[in-house]
Design a protein around this ligand. Structure first.
Ligand code: ADP
Ligand code: MG
Length: 413
């Protein structure tokens, strides 16, 4: 079984939490489908995915506010099933702060400790330390309605860390803040996590937030984990078109591979890449793949043989670089970022370093993603019905794919 593999960590690091085959349905709809991953001690791990993909449900099961239909949550080697939420040494910070408006900042933070009958002196020490950590040392006497959104969120964090949890769960905690405050808090939260030495499990739908803060990102879609990896991994080596599209902007196009380290794009242009054929591919046959190229990875130059030749259709200044849409002669739109501008209407040739070409297995997800929608050779879906391809084959492929994803999760180090 896959979860036995998870117990063996090749790096020898401690897994504070191990989650195995978690399933959950609401009203007959599966919202978590065999969620399996582990959390290392002291890491900042983020569940990332669009609204409704099951992030909060996963978090709530870890916290003990929700029960899984099946599957295991191990915390420090112990099954949490029979441990009530308030005995878990895990605290949660929500987006809606849930503070007591009739209490001042100090008493809000002290509330849990008072209930636990901690001594007055210790309460004072711990609350003051927690307020200091969140940058509110002088705010103890303030009432909640005298605080800004950012300050309220700090109080909510102080109230959680004052319990000295081993794990802090944060469910879109910065979602209610304006952009500037959110950026500041992202950096502060990351610093706080390092300083406190607490494991943070963070939930967000904001890919930039996830890339900024996390040691590890878990990308989810429809109750299934698509990829687990470092921010650099998921950005540079997305496992499928969904991840590539969700994390940053991408050009995702169809291609074929007949042999190792060579991919042919739709118009017949051959590019060198660094990937061998997938194990299930037959050499010499044009095996279908998805090809991801990030906009910033193109070189833009004169048109020439072996390049993606086309016409610049738009040009926008973006500060550090220019963003262009280039329509290639085979009628594909490419999103391109370059420090030098090329005028609208001019002819250009695009090329890419082999390292910057990402090859992925085709999957049922493929047609829906890419900055401009994915395009396939001989595919008429551009102007007609996009659901005309053979569904049966794609369903089969998708099943193969989800097995594959689970294997990868288990292999993840
Ligand atoms: P996310 O946090 O990723 O936005 P959630 O975990 O909150 O997603 O929800 C996953 C799915 O489960 C959604 O379709 C949501 O409507 C549904 N759901 C969550 N909680 C409940 C509940 N208590 N009762 C019924 N449906 C729920
Ligand atoms: Mg949620």
């Amino acid at each position: 079984m896959q979860y036995n593999q998870i117990l063996e960590d090749s790096t020898g690091s401690e897994h504070i939490i191990e989650i195995k085959d978690l399933c959950k349905s609401f009203d007959g709809t599966k919202v978590l489908k065999n969620i399996t991953f582990y959390i290392r001690n002291n890491e900042f791990i983020t569940l990332l995915g669009p609204s409704g993909c099951g992030k909060s449900t996963t978090l709530r099961i870890i916290a003990g506010f929700e029960t899984a239909d099946s599957g295991i949550v191990n915390f420090e080697g112990k099954d949490l099933k029979s441990v009530p939420a308030n005995k878990r040494n895990i605290n949660t910070v929500f987006q809606r702060y849930a503070l007591f408006p009739h209490l001042n900042v100090f008493d809000n933070v002290a509330f849990g400790l008072k209930i636990k009958k901690v001594g007055k002196k210790e309460i004072e020490q711990r609350v003051n330390k927690a307020l200091e950590t969140v940058g509110l040392a002088d705010y103890g006497e303030r009432y909640i309605d005298q605080l800004s959104g950012g300050q309220m969120q700090r109080v909510a964090i102080a109230r959680a860390i004052v319990n000295r949890p081993r794990i802090l769960l944060l469910d879109e905690p910065l979602g209610a803040l304006d952009l500037k405050m959110r950026k500041e808090m992202q950096i502060e939260l990351k610093e706080m996590q390092r300083e406190l030495g607490i494991t943070f499990v963070y939930v967000t739908h904001d890919q930039e937030e996830a890339l900024t803060m996390s040691d590890t990102i878990i990308v989810m879609k429809d109750g299934i984990i698509q990829q687990i990896g470092t921010p650099i991994d998921v950005y540079n080596e997305p496992k499928n078109a969904y991840v590539a599209d969700f994390i940053g902007e991408s050009n995702i196009v169809a291609g074929t591979m007949k042999k190792d380290r060579e991919v042919v794009l739709s118009s017949g242009i051959t590019f060198e890449c660094v990937d061998p054929l997938f194990s299930e591919f037959t050499e010499g046959i044009a095996n279908l793949v998805d090809v991801v190229i990030r906009p910033e990875d193109f070189y833009v130059d004169k048109e020439a043989e072996g390049r993606i030749n086309g016409t610049v259709e738009s040009l926008v200044f973006k500060g550090v670089h220019y963003e262009m849409i280039v329509r290639s002669d085979d009628n594909i739109e490419w999103l391109v970022q370059n420090v030098d501008p090329f005028a609208v209407g001019s002819r250009v040739g695009l090329y890419v370093d082999p390292d910057d070409i990402q090859i992925m297995r085709r999957s049922e997800l493929s047609p829906d993603f890419g900055s401009f929608g994915i395009r396939h050779p001989g595919d008429k879906s551009q102007d007609t019905d996009s659901k005309s391809s053979s569904d049966a084959a794609e369903v089969k492929e998708s099943e193969a794919k989800s097995d594959d994803v689970e294997d990868k999760e288990a292999d993840e180090d």
